[in-house]
Ligand binder design. Structure first.
Ligand code: F0G
Length: 459
């Protein structure tokens, strides 16, 4: 067998209902051709996100029953803290109810109007939290990370030259910290190499600038290092993760990804003064420092999830499930962002539908076709999400990439269901010339993709 089969057996199942073609055509029309407006009960395979959608293990569910809901000093906090310190190795651990709160606490504490925050690529919530606090968010990923057709092992790497230029241009005083997102979600879930982490740290150290990791998918990143980087094949995932964090001064984390839970997050760091300031804010907006917006049982589920995610059998299955979806695309010539990353397949909508201009949302057209023909929910990451008006010229600026992300929840769908997904995409690809563009009939002034309503253009 080319890839490992599922390293688990199923103890509890959740029924999913099938809908008919006719029902789905009506549903998508009523939803204004926007899959965010569809009730989840009407979805067969939901690949909207891998965040908060993991299946927990029997061990995690058993841990939930050990939840100690004391306001202060819950035993589960100590389990949570020790699991994090064991892997991440920082002195302070502050729980938050999800990743963006960790970002909010960090950036609202360290940023001012002059600040500049470099990252390989900021995830949307990270960028929003940086910008909301008046700072400039810069994306400095290596050039190959911006080209969907180049096959390279570490397309998530920070471009060290661009980082050096940023330091020269703005000066170290304006850069309170530098971030690296592992894996690089907005760049296709691509990994960052150990060497790149080491080199970034070496450069920053000369200027006394701390390095923080946006660590949502740290275990998937560690698996890629084991697989692709010289010298790591015989190291355990935990050792690799520990080394990754050894080059950093702190991390923000959405445990909804590699924490294998449905809700939770944290921020962890060495700087005691910063930890104290953040803790004071935490009490104001999240909760007491030993629960930070979560129940005791949630802390226990994270403590156990973080240990489970380091399991190599699990990661081998996880990464190969995503990879095999890419290989099925290759066999049919379907264009996608290469190579497949850790958590998702990103279809390249510009090449998939060259006859539909960006002004008619080719990514959204594919997203709607996937729902209508197969009950699959993906998400457009293209013009609907990012096109905007240039404030000076008034012209519409379109993003370079027009993608459709199919994010794979952890331990949720079987490989047979993935095959169904692949066949459904291929079926649409074969009849792609029949597909027509969409136009917006209603949109909100910000983050329009969540609520916009569209309609097919007349042909
Ligand atoms: N950083 C990265 C790299 C992320 O992918 C996300 C969430 C966050 C931070 C924020 O974490 O949702 O717990 O507040 N990504 C989800 C996604 C929403 O679908 O990719 P959160």
């Amino acid at each position: 067998m080319k890839y490992p089969p599922e390293p688990f057996k199923i103890k509890v199942v959740e029924r999913i209902e099938r809908t008919t073609d006719e029902e789905r055509r009506k549903i998508i029309r009523e939803a204004g051709y926007n899959v965010f407006n569809i009730a989840a009960d009407k979805i067969y395979i939901d690949l909207l996100t891998d965040s908060g959608t993991s299946a927990m293990s029997d061990n995690q569910w058993a841990g939930m029953m050990h939840g100690d809901e004391s306001y202060a000093g819950s035993r589960n906090y100590y389990h949570f803290e020790s699991a994090i310190k064991d892997i991440y190795g920082f002195d302070h651990v502050i729980p938050t109810h999800q990743g963006r709160v960790a970002e909010n606490l960090l950036f609202s504490t360290i940023c001012n109007d002059e600040s500049v925050i470099p990252n390989n690529t900021h995830f949307d919530t990270t960028r929003a939290n940086v910008e909301y606090n008046g700072a400039l968010a810069l994306d400095l990923v290596v050039d190959e990370g911006r080209d969907p057709s180049i096959i390279a092992p570490f397309k998530g790497n920070m471009d060290i030259k661009k980082l050096q230029n940023t330091l020269d241009k703005y000066g170290a005083d304006r850069i309170p910290l530098c971030m690296i997102t592992i894996t690089n979600n907005s760049g296709g879930g691509q990994p960052v190499s150990m060497q790149n982490l080491r080199e970034t740290k070496e450069l920053l150290q000369q200027y006394d600038i701390p390095l923080y990791l946006d660590a949502c998918r740290f275990a998937e990143n560690a698996y890629f290092i084991k697989e692709r980087e010289d010298g790591y094949a015989d190291k355990s995932i935990k050792e690799i993760a520990q080394e990754m964090f050894s080059y950093a001064d702190g991390a923000t984390m959405s445990a909804k990804k590699d924490g294998l839970v449905n809700m939770g997050g944290f921020i962890t760091m060495n700087d005691g003064d910063l930890a104290e300031q953040i803790t004071n804010r935490l009490i104001l907006i999240e909760g007491f420092p030993t629960y930070g917006g979560m129940a005791g049982r949630d802390l226990e589920a994270i403590a156990r999830g973080l240990q489970e995610v380091l399991n190599e059998d699990y990661l081998a299955y996880r990464i190969s499930q995503v990879r095999s979806l890419g290989e099925m695309m290759d066999e049919a010539g379907v264009p996608y962002l290469k190579p497949t990353g850790g958590h998702a397949l990103y279809l390249n909508a510009k090449s998939f539908l060259p006859h539909i201009p960006q002004s008619q949302f080719p990514g959204q057209v594919i997203t709607c076709a996937l729902y209508t023909s197969a009950g699959i929910r993906a998400v457009e990451i293209g013009s609907l999400m990012f096109a905007h008006e240039d404030p000076e010229t008034g012209e519409t600026v379109y993003p370079d990439l027009e993608l459709v992300r199919l994010a794979i929840p952890r331990r949720v769908y079987t490989n047979m269901q993935m095959q169904y997904v692949a066949e459904s995409i291929i079926e649409i690809y074969k009849r792609r010339e029949e597909l027509r563009g969409l136009k917006i009939v209603k949109e909100a002034p910000v983050l329009r993709h969540f609520t916009a309503r569209l309609t097919p253009v007349e042909s």
